[in-house]
Design a protein around this ligand. Structure first.
Ligand code: TYD
Length: 232
């Protein structure tokens, strides 16, 4: 299926970070703020977010059969869920002019599979590109928390047994954290890194001020005409 080029009028903002970084809370807050300003908000999550993607998510994270999964298989399954959601949900929303808030996107594969699983930049970039085409985030917000904090937050989550990725060791999560910071440093025009140990209000304010400066031209939170979706 053809994917939109950079001419679409929507905006794609992805949220990245380790588990327990508070992405989901901040997506809800930002979505509420923008919706009040008249924007159509579409929120998506990866892996999952579509019927097919949720089935892939089960294999990746919750199915006991996932235990013997090779890193290469893992990369391709994450990419498969992404290829589906970008065509089914994200691209049509961007063409309508919506603001899409994505809980994880291609940078998760760059960091988790490329760096932490050591599959390397080359293959991961190629597969990411195949999955998303030119549908790149306008801005990517990384909520950064020290690995210790992230692990403490996972262990405090009530009920559910940690998923397959959450059962990884601390060394893996150190690589994830550092991976995001290195990636962000190399692409300052796309990335915003926010300190996730602050209060939820402070994180929200910092994200909002960065987005206003980059995307919303200093407005309070109101839709303007000609809002560009300038992808890289
Ligand atoms: P999820 O339950 O969505 O948790 P989180 O709140 O941390 O987003 O779990 C998604 C897990 O999958 C998380 O450990 C990160 C991992 N992941 C990858 O390894 N590669 C990817 O491309 C994506 C999208 C996620």
């Amino acid at each position: 299926m053809a994917l939109p080029n950079t001419q679409h009028t929507g905006i794609l903002i992805s949220f990245e970070g380790s588990e327990g970084s508070g992405k989901t809370t901040q997506i809800t807050r930002l979505g509420g703020r923008l919706a009040k300003g008249g924007y159509e908000i579409v929120t998506t999550r990866e892996p999952g977010g579509t019927k097919i993607g949720e089935q892939v998510r089960e294999i990746l994270l919750h199915n006991s059969g996932g235990d013997g999964m090779f890193a290469e298989t893992e990369l391709l399954l994450f990419a498969a869920a992404r290829a589906q959601i970008v065509r089914e949900t994200i691209a049509p929303a961007l063409l309508r002019g919506a603001v899409v808030l994505s809980d994880r996107y291609l940078d998760s594969s760059t960091v988790y599979q490329g760096i932490a699983r050591n599959l390397g930049k080359g293959p991961v970039n190629e597969i990411n590109r195949f999955a998303v085409g030119a549908v790149m985030p306008d801005v990517t917000v990384v909520i950064d928390v020290p690995t210790k904090v992230s692990i403490e937050r996972i262990s405090k989550r009530k009920g559910a047994r940690p998923d397959r990725m959450e059962r990884e060791n601390i060394g893996f999560y150190e690589k994830v954290r550092d991976g995001y910071l290195v990636l962000a440093k190399g692409l300052p025009e796309r990335f915003v890194v926010v300190d996730g140990t602050q209060s939820e209000d402070a994180i929200e304010a910092e994200i909002w001020s960065a987005l206003q400066a980059r995307l919303f031209n200093g407005e309070q939170a109101g839709r303007q005409s000609g809002q560009g979706g300038a992808a890289e």
